[in-house]
Ligand binder design. Structure first.
Ligand code: SF4
Ligand code: SF4
Length: 323
């Protein structure tokens, strides 16, 4: 992303978006941009924001290049750091080898340890694939022994042929995995470890408002800014179907009142018609949009995780006796 796009993005955001903005820097691999890129960002943010305007920076990295210098930088500049780690070496290295075919686990693990030395508690995203489906206990024990909260996400991608891949798992398999994780976590009663999506289900079941996008229906607030300034939906839902505008050439006001963003809002609203009358609405709010859109058929559908998620919600409700 050029300095000009960065400047326009930050300047317009702090001027037009009220009160607070969160910038999540990710790629590709965002550490490859180098620290000077993030130093530029901090300088532009402090140049344009008013003193009472809250800016939060987050970064999502594969952790391979994380070292003491990066950890120190993130600590000094108050970045929130997310790291992709699929559990212990045995599972992590199944799908995350270095380009030379060697293990990436030790580098990622050491990077996480560097963050912890600075009291930065990274947010771990752990992708559950076919090869880790049977490893719920080992994965849970690994994160528990390292005092790391984590968010298990399903690998549910289809290949170019539209069919599931050797890595993908089905919604039901994911729910079975999550039930196993939930039982271990609930039995441990260890508040040091949060399983982020399960924790959000508990919030919803107890009548609170979940803070995770996949549980609170706030997809429309997440926007992706491409390196050339193009603005689209959340990157998990980049269908190529929507291009809201370009932040280098337009204001937020123009982009967010434009026809493409308004069509997106309407489409989201229509997609939620599948959820009307659902008793789990306050826990789920329609779930993640990427699972409600069928790319192959170019149409909105019932959320493909709906039924299996309901099974998970029911299971958790029974276990925690919230009625
Ligand atoms: S459980 Fe299914 S119907 Fe209910 S809110 Fe979630 S996606 Fe919609
Ligand atoms: S599309 Fe999915 S990942 Fe993106 S904001 Fe919505 S729930 Fe979150």
């Amino acid at each position: 992303m050029s300095l000009n796009v960065l400047t326009e993005l930050i300047k317009k955001t702090v001027a037009e978006i009220k009160g607070k903005a969160t910038f999540i820097w990710h790629g590709g691999e965002p550490l490859l941009a180098g620290r000077s890129f993030y130093q530029d960002i901090l300088e532009i943010q402090s140049k344009y924001r008013e003193d009472d305007y809250k800016v939060i920076n987050g970064i999502q990295t594969n952790g391979i290049a994380l070292d003491e210098k990066w950890a120190s930088f993130f600590f000094e500049s108050h970045f929130r750091v997310g790291v992709s780690c699929d559990g212990p070496k045995k599972y992590h290295d199944k799908n995350r080898l270095l380009i030379n075919g060697l293990s990436s686990f030790d580098r990622v693990y050491n990077g996480i340890c560097e963050l912890k030395k600075f009291n930065l508690n990274p947010h771990i995203i752990s992708v559950i694939t076919r090869s880790s489906l049977k490893g719920a206990r080992e994965i849970y024990e690994f994160f528990k022994s390292n005092q790391l909260s984590f968010h298990p996400k399903p690998c549910s991608e289809n290949g170019c042929d539209g069919l599931s891949t050797e890595y993908s798992i089905s919604p039901d398999e994911y729910t079975d995995f999550m039930i196993e994780i939930f039982d271990l976590w609930w039995k441990d009663d260890n508040p040091q470890i949060k399983i982020r999506n399960l924790f959000n289900i508990l919030i919803g079941l107890r009548g609170g408002r979940p803070n995770l996008c996949e549980s609170n229906g706030d997809c429309h607030l997440f926007l992706t800014i491409e390196p050339n300034g193009d603005v689209g939906p959340c990157d998990s839902f980049l269908t190529g179907k929507y291009l809201f505008g370009n932040i280098e050439r337009q204001s937020w006001k123009e982009i967010l009142s434009g026809p493409s963003y308004n069509k997106y809002l309407k489409d989201i609203e229509n997609s939620r018609k599948f959820c009307s009358g659902c008793e789990w609405l306050s826990v789920c709010n329609g779930g993640c949009l990427r699972y409600s859109f069928d790319e192959g058929q170019d149409k909105w559908t019932e959320n493909q995780f709906c039924k299996s998620k309901i099974r998970l919600f029911k299971y958790i409700r029974e276990r925690v006796c919230v009625h």
